[in-house]
Design a protein around this ligand. Structure first.
Ligand code: ZN
Length: 288
């Protein structure tokens, strides 16, 4: 199954659910950032959670989610848009932690203390920014906490990532369910208990479940409108012009030194790792 997301709304408009399969884009991110297994899972959860939130964007809107924690990974940044393009970066790609309770120690890698921020560019004058303290550092629960408290939309988020024995991404995906105004407690409780009872997302994907089946198992008999499908890709929108802007912000002393020594300056995109080279002549032009 190629990466995509599926968005569905109950016919009475009280519930919204999004499911995503992100295996390929998470594996691309792993290869680009050369993460160790624990970091791969943390980065994949961030990319998947961001893709789920992206399902709520329209037209030219963009969204970024940032986690900054006290653990060795330091900072993970993931971005998406309404077209399903996802890109992500990680400050330290190696967590270097032993497993905890026979599982990859994602919580230790992110760190128990820290913040999750969501920045939305909705095409208004100022981007919207919401920040919450990390609750469990598992990421899924932290996103749910952010949506419930900061955006005041009661939400549940389940994220699943499993790796092959060679530590490649074998399956990755996620599910987001939101109770909209008008949703009664009985419905919320039913959906919550189905989510809790559900097998892990990655397990469902590996056993061949489709996103439609996953959504049906949570929403059950609730009548829903037709689902909307969006393909998902790892795609970076960096450009030479944008990177030149970053270069200019480095400060003129550093750039002048490169020109004086006749050195080529290389800037690597933090998301897709593409290297942009600037000759001494180009750097000199930027300086003027
Ligand atoms: Zn890039």
């Amino acid at each position: 199954m190629t990466d995509h997301l599926l968005r569905i709304t109950s016919r009475d408009g009280n519930l919204r659910a999004v499911a995503a399969i992100t295996t390929d884009l998470c594996e691309t991110a792993r290869q680009l950032h050369r993460t160790d297994p624990t970091a791969t899972i943390a980065l994949s959860r961030m990319a998947t959670g961001t893709a789920l939130l992206g399902a709520l964007l329209k037209d030219d809107q963009r969204l970024a989610m940032i986690v900054e924690g006290s653990g060795p990974l330091q900072k993970i940044h993931a971005e998406t848009n309404a077209a399903g393009h996802v890109r992500c970066s990680i400050k330290q790609p190696i967590a270097g932690l032993p497993p905890a309770d026979d599982k990859f120690d994602v919580v230790g890698a992110i760190g128990r203390a820290g913040f999750l921020s969501v920045v939305k560019d909705l095409g208004l004058k100022e981007p919207y920014r919401g920040t919450v303290q990390l609750q469990t550092s598992e990421i899924g629960e932290d996103i749910a906490y952010y949506l419930t408290t900061s955006e005041q939309v009661p939400s549940s988020v389940a994220l699943g990532v499993s790796l092959t024995p060679e530590a490649k991404v074998h399956a990755a995906g996620g599910l987001l369910v939101q109770a909209l105004p008008g949703c009664d407690d009985a419905t919320i409780n039913t959906v919550e208990s189905r989510l809790t009872a559900m097998p892990p997302i990655s397990e469902q994907l590996l056993s061949g479940s489709t996103l439609n089946q996953m959504l049906s198992s949570v929403l059950g008999e609730i009548p829903c409108s037709e689902s909307l499908q969006t393909p998902l890709f790892f795609r970076c929108n960096c450009s030479r012009r944008q990177v030149a802007g970053v270069l200019r912000s480095l400060g003129s002393d550093e750039l002048r030194e490169a020109v004086d020594k006749n050195e080529t300056v290389t800037i690597t995109c933090e998301y897709c790792r593409k290297a942009y080279e600037f000759s001494p002549g180009e750097v000199a032009t930027l300086l003027n």
